[in-house]
Ligand binder design. Structure first.
Ligand code: PGA
Length: 261
């Protein structure tokens, strides 16, 4: 088992005052009971990043900062967009790339996903490539080939020195925000397929996360039976206790599996 990674995707929730509150609560909980084995990251909305970064810094928190999106372009005439340089200046060390909500509602094509991923890793920032099928693709039993094509389109030809900066998040669209997490068997099947495709592309060591209605109740089964390296968490990351509970589950599972080795 790889060292677990848990990323909280706050989506378009929490203004900067609320974000500061949540970050303070998270810092206190994690200071009282530090996570020994799990990397924790939060992805607030752009306008909260500066405030959240200040709290994390003043609390000397081990939680790292992510952005939910970035422009593929470096600068210039891109009204409404945010550049990677602007984000790194704020201490952002991770960026979500190609979340299904960006792909579906903001016309983020595979080509734009690939270009964005290259922008992120060129800036020495960690990229979380999000992939996953919708219900129609799964009903047609095409989920494995669909996700393999998403991976190949984003990762093929990426230079070797950048590969360590890539993490993959498998998020079946039908499981996101629905309270209907994929089963451990479905996740395990897809994780294997994803790892096979990643190996073929030269990404054998890449961490694979699962996202889609993750809670502290289903986290242990998903981690152990689903064979993933952690989670991309939406809804359950908006409360400090539910998010830290998921981090603790990862910590405990990692410790148990390390003892077995
Ligand atoms: P959810 O969101 O945990 O609320 O299902 C996951 C995601 O979209 O990253």
């Amino acid at each position: 088992m790889n060292r677990p990674l848990v990323i909280g995707n706050w989506k378009m929730n929490l203004d900067f005052v609320e974000a500061v509150h949540l970050t303070q609560q998270l810092s206190v909980l994690l200071k009282n009971q530090p996570s020994a084995h799990t990397d924790a990251v939060v992805a607030p909305p752009f306008v909260d990043l500066r405030s959240v970064a200040s709290v994390l810094e003043s609390e000397r928190s081990s939680v790292a900062l992510a952005a939910q999106h970035v422009s593929a372009h470096e600068s210039g005439a891109h009204t409404g967009e945010v550049s990677l340089a602007m984000l790194t200046r704020l201490g952002v060390a991770w960026v979500l790339v190609g979340h299904s909500e960006r792909r579906a509602h903001y016309a983020m094509s595979d080509d734009v996903v690939a270009a964005t991923l290259r922008t992120v890793v060129r800036g020495a920032v960690n990229a979380v490539l999000c992939v996953g099928e919708d219900e129609a693709v799964r009903d047609a039993s095409e989920h494995e080939s669909y996700v393999a094509a998403q991976l190949a389109s984003a990762l093929a030809g990426l230079e070797e020195k950048s590969r360590a900066l890539v993490t993959v998040a498998y998020e079946p669209i039908w499981a996101i925000g629905t309270g209907r997490s994929a089963s451990a068997a479905q996740i395990s099947e897809m994780t294997l397929a994803i790892r096979r495709e990643l190996s073929a592309l030269g990404f054998a060591d890449t961490r694979v996360l699962y996202g889609g209605s993750v809670t502290s109740d289903n986290a242990a089964t998903t981690l152990l039976d689903g064979g993933v390296d952690g989670f991309l968490v939406g809804g359950a990351s908006l409360k400090a206790d539910s998010f830290t509970a998921i981090i603790r589950v990862c910590d405990d599972c990692y410790a148990v599996s390390a003892n077995r080795r």
